[in-house]
Structure formats: C-alpha cells, structure tokens
Design a protein around this ligand. Structure first.
Ligand code: G6P
Length: 607
C-alpha cells in the first residue's frame, strides 16, 4: 500500500534527494495520497518536508528551498489507514524533540493503548496516525544507540511493520525493521538503498538482501548489519518492461502487452509430445503432489477470480476436488485441512497480507503450500513450500490485467502437470498444449477489438449499472469484468452466473440496465442463449462476447464483440480482453484516474 525508500552513501553526497524521489516515484502506484521525506542538511540537522497529493507536489515544495541536502534520507508515499489525508498525517513522523524520524508501512493494532500511555508520560502527538507512536517509543527507549532503542520499541508493538528510522542523536545510519511488511536493501557501488519493493531500486542495483520477519537492519555508510546471515540474490527482471512508453496509462499498456506476457508465462514450460507441462518450481514436491486429493485456492481481488477458473479446470481435467476461497475468509474459517491437501495461493505481488496469512495458517495445519506469484523473492515466494512464477513482468496499473491472464495460463500449466500425474489422457493434454502455444497469436487477434470496444464505451457511457453474466468458465470472467469496471470507472456492476438472474437480478433489468454476456461457443452455449433471451424479454440492452463465426447471436444481442475460437478452458484468457478494454475506455470517458483508482492500492499489505 504505502512505499518506503531510504538512501545512504559511502561518503555522504548530494544526490540523495534526487535518487530517493526517483525511487519513491516507482512506488507511487502503491500509495499516493501524500508523500514526505527527512534528510540531513549542511548543519547536520534533520529536515522534514511533506506534501499531500502526488510526489510531484513534494518535489515542487523541495525545489528552490535552498536546502543543501546530505544523506541519509528516508522517504515515504502514503495510502491512508489511520487518519485522513493531510500533511500532518503524512510520513515521516517524529518524536517530541524533532530528532527521531520514522516512516512506516503496516498497521500498529495496539496504538490506541500505546498513545494513551505515552500521552500520560508527557509525549505530545501531532498526527492521528498509528505510526507516530513508534517515534515516541524510540524517544522513550533511547539511550545513546538508535538500533537498541528501535529494538526495545518493537517489543511494545502489536501489528505489522516495515519501518525506517533516522536520528540526529545517532547520525550516519538508517535503522530498518520488518514484520509482515516487506523491506529490502539494495547494494550499489557507492551507496545503499532501502525499499519496500524491489521495483524502486532496480535501476540502481540488482544485488539485494531481503529482510526476514523480526529482523532489524543497521545500514551505516560503509556496511550494513542484520541479525542473521543473508544471501545476496540476483533480480532477473527484464528491463524493457518498465515505464509507460507511448501509452497514456499503465493499464492500457499492460492490456496490450498480454500476447507477450502470456508467452513469457508458458515459454519453455510445455512438452507438446507428452501433452504435459514442465514446472521447475514444483520439482521438489513432485512426489508429494501425487498424494494430494484436495486443493484450496486462495487469493484476493483479481487473483481470486483467476483462482475460480483454476477450480473449474483442476476438477474437470486433473480430477482433484478443488475449492476457491477469498484469502480474507480462509484465514478465519475452520476449513478442514490435512496432509492430503494442497493450498494454492495466487498473488501478483506476493505481499497481500490476507493471502500470506492464509498460507501461514494452512502450513501450520499440515497442508502443502504452493504459490503462484509474479514477484521473484516476494514474501509469498519465500514462505510457500514450492511454486510457479507467472513471469509477466512488473505490473504497475492498480487494475490488474496482464497478471490475470498470466495467472490463468499458469493454472492451465498446473492443471496439465497434476492432470498428467493422474488420469488426463495424453491426447487431451496434447490438445491443451497445442491451443496454449497459439495463445499469444490469438491474444493479438482478440486485441483487434479495441476500436470497436471504444465505440461501445461511448455508446454506453451514460449508464451507471451493468450486469455481467457467464456460465461455467465464463462465470469467473463475468466476475472479473464487473470488478474491472467498478475499480476503474466507479460504476455499479455485478458479475453473476448466467443461470441465477431469474432468482434475483432480473428484477433490476430494464432498458436502463445493460448486461454484458460472455457467451462463447462452448458446452453451455445453448443455456446461456436462453439466459440472454430472458434479459431481452425485459428490454435489457445486451452486449455479447461471442466466438468468431457465430452470426446467429447478432439476432439476439444489441452489440457483439468477437473473440477467436479456443478450447473451453482456454477461452477465458481471450474473453477477458474486451472486458478489460471496455472498463478502460469507459473509465477514460468518465474522467476517472485510471492508474490510481479512488481509494484503492496496488498491493494491500494490511488486513
Ligand atoms: C488489490 C488490487 C487488486 C488485486 C488485489 C490482490 O486489491 O487493487 O487489483 O487483485 O489487491 O493483489 P495480489 O498482489 O495479491 O494479486
């Protein structure tokens, strides 16, 4: 949600602010309602500056203010949890004396009690945040050594944190700590960078050390120290995928990237002759996977919709009982788990708090934990027993698009792998492999609908309600289509199973309430046609997403968008394309802030 950056150089330099702000901007997609920084000036005083709104506002504020900055510097971009959006609530927060500065991601759950106690002891608070208590706790515990004061303060906290601290009492160091909120140190030639996300520092170094939960890092000018020995990892992200290029928004760029991103997901992982998939990340648990007869898929938001598709395909093709649950529910309900159960966690970021909690809960209760994530070295990747990377490159748009299609492609690979361990025939496996190999080309064809979909968005732009309908493999697509337009354009939409409106949603339908029906030529096509008839009988306008070559549907629907023909379980990768584009163009027309949707964040690291 929020973003943290820290910078400290070997000799103390004046690049600190520029480098820090540039790194922070790469995190702006995670939290963007205010930003702030604290740094040394020439006279060895800590200066703190904050601004509401975008980081560019902070930059403007810094410009021409006459500071001669020196490092260390700590920076933060905020997504409000405790207290409204204001300069006072923006980070960094400081103690009573203005000598200790803290930036923090996460939530301190016992902050009310701590604030009361600290107030009674005479501490004066300037913000409504939970974070500020950390600065006052450090002040209380300080006895000449900053890391020792941080260590003692952490003992008071209940909740989650990734934090960075500087103090004029103990200069020339940044102290950082982590509990369930990611932090890593980037090792460049003449400086160290601290960040809550690797994307912030990738242009400086690919050598990183991830902090583990419960660890404190002391980053001095010439060295850093952490409690345990850490291994250096190489980030293998392709450089070309960063930046928005010529696109007006990351969301559109990422929609258009899907032929290439899905190609990366399947590349080198298919064995056409054997009708199988080769998944290196599952090799260590291959034998164990043969014993599995229950799968729980967990995820949040779009990742959960990919999971719903996984449920259909794993049952149909791998013959394994599968259930998908929202991670936020799974962590609290008493799901029956044993050692014949595998939990498959799906998360683009690999840092979603609810999904991580579900993994920990399932692991504790004896299940094998598998992860499908995009971010190499993320907490999910490190905490699961085994897993598969989606490899779709960094996704910046808050509305997830290319991560979704790569998650679905990964689930098809998993289905092939588990299916071929069981009863999936080589012939069916080969057919799936063949269609999957054609997917990049079919995605190119599906994207050709962009101009038509833009016109449809114009035609329907005055409507404030949409019903999305689909059956079987198209049902999760109806959910995801509705999710996309809600989060990007802020209109009401519902994603339903095609057979259900007669029990409720038909009551909503009129000429003022259009439906978007996903109706490919598959095993439930005829059933879905009957459901569309029910909408038309009530004067509901209908946009149909149908298979190329189906002319009959034009007699029924008001508008038809065609997608290429593919096997039923692969069709969702294609049918989501017009829905992503519709949400995008509709949101542009309605003036929404596409890459930074109202009230939402890219990576939700709080419960
Ligand atoms: C947030 C984002 C969604 C995303 C969800 C799960 O809510 O706004 O787009 O689907 O988090 O994120 P994850 O990184 O776990 O896939």
């Amino acid at each position: 949600m929020c973003g943290i950056v820290g910078y400290i150089s070997k000799s103390g330099d004046r690049k600190s602010i520029n480098v820090g702000i540039e790194a922070l901007k790469r995190l702006e997609y995670r939290g963007y309602d205010s930003a702030g920084l604290a740094f040394w000036d020439e006279s060895r005083q800590v200066i703190c500056q904050k601004a509401t709104g975008r980081i560019s506002n902070l930059e403007k504020k810094m410009g021409g203010n006459g500071f001669l900055p020196l490092d260390p510097v700590i920076l933060h971009t905020r997504w409000a949890t405790h207290g409204n959006v204001s300069e006072a609530n923006a980070h960094p927060h400081c103690d009573c004396t203005g000598n200790i500065f803290v930036v923090h991601n996460g939530i301190i759950e016992n902050y009310v009690a701590l604030r009361e106690q600290l107030s009674q002891e005479g501490h004066k608070f300037r913000s409504e945040t939970d974070t500020e208590i950390i600065a006052h706790l450090i002040e209380k515990c300080f006895n000449g050594n900053l890391e020792e004061a941080v260590r003692k303060s952490l003992g008071y906290l209940v909740g989650t944190y990734g934090l960075a601290v500087i103090s004029s009492y103990d200069p020339d160091k940044i102290v950082a700590a982590r509990l369930s909120s990611p932090l890593l140190i980037g090792l460049a030639d003449d400086h160290f960078l601290l960040a809550s996300d690797a994307s912030a520092i990738i242009s400086h170094t690919r050598k990183v050390v991830y902090l583990e939960d419960g660890e404190i890092a002391v980053i001095n000018r010439d060295k850093f120290t952490i409690i345990r020995e850490k291994k250096t990892e190489e980030l293998d992200w392709p450089e070309y995928q960063s930046g928005k290029g010529s696109f007006s928004h990351y969301m559109l760029k990422e929609i258009m990237e899907q032929p290439g991103s899905v190609e990366q997901t399947i590349k080198g992982r298919l064995i056409p002759d054997e009708g199988n998939a080769k998944l290196g990340g599952l090799e260590t648990v291959e034998k164990k996977l043969r014993q599995i007869d229950n799968i729980y898929i967990v995820g949040c938001g779009t990742s959960r919709h990919a999971g719903l598709l996984g449920e259909y395909m794993l049952e149909e093709y791998a013959g394994i009982r599968t259930k998908t649950e929202a991670a936020s529910e799974f962590r609290y309900r008493k799901t029956l788990l044993d050692d014949s159960t595998a939990l498959v966690a799906i998360s683009q970021s690999g840092e979603t708090a609810d999904t991580l909690a579900a993994i920990r809960e399932a692991g504790k209760r004896g299940a094998l934990t598998l992860g499908i994530t995009n971010v190499v070295g993320s907490t999910q990747a490190r905490e699961t027993d085994a897993g598969v990377y989606t490899r779709c490159g960094p996704e910046i748009g808050v509305a997830s698009t290319k991560a979704f299609t790569s998650q679905v492609a990964t689930l098809i690979l998993l289905t092939l792998f588990l299916g071929r361990q069981r009863h999936l025939t080589i012939t069916t496996g080969q057919r799936i492999v063949k269609d999957l190999l054609r997917m990049p080309e079919m995605l190119e064809a599906a994207l050709q609908c962009d101009t038509q979909v833009k016109q449809l968005a114009e035609k329907y732009q005055a409507f404030d309600n949409f019903l999305y309908l689909g059956r079987k493999y198209s049902y999760p697509i109806a959910r995801e289509g509705a999710h996309k337009i809600k989060e990007t354009a802020y209109v009401h939409a519902e994603g339903c199973r095609g057979g259900e409106p007669k029990h409720c949603e038909l009551a909503l339908i009129s000429d003022k309430f259009p439906s978007i029906c996903i109706v490919p030529s598959d095993s439930v096509y005829e059933k879905m046609i009957s459901n569309i008839e029910e909408l038309k009988a009530r004067n509901g306008p209908v946009i149909a997403i149908a298979t190329e070559g189906n002319r009959e549907i034009q007699n029924l629907a008001d508008d038809v968008v065609y997608i290429p023909e593919a096997m039923e379980l692969l069709t969702p990768i294609l049918s989501i394309i017009p829905l992503q584009l519709f949400a995008y163009h509709f949101a542009v027309l309605r003036g929404a802030d596409i890459d930074k949707p109202r009230n939402l964040a890219k990576s939700v690291t709080v419960e």
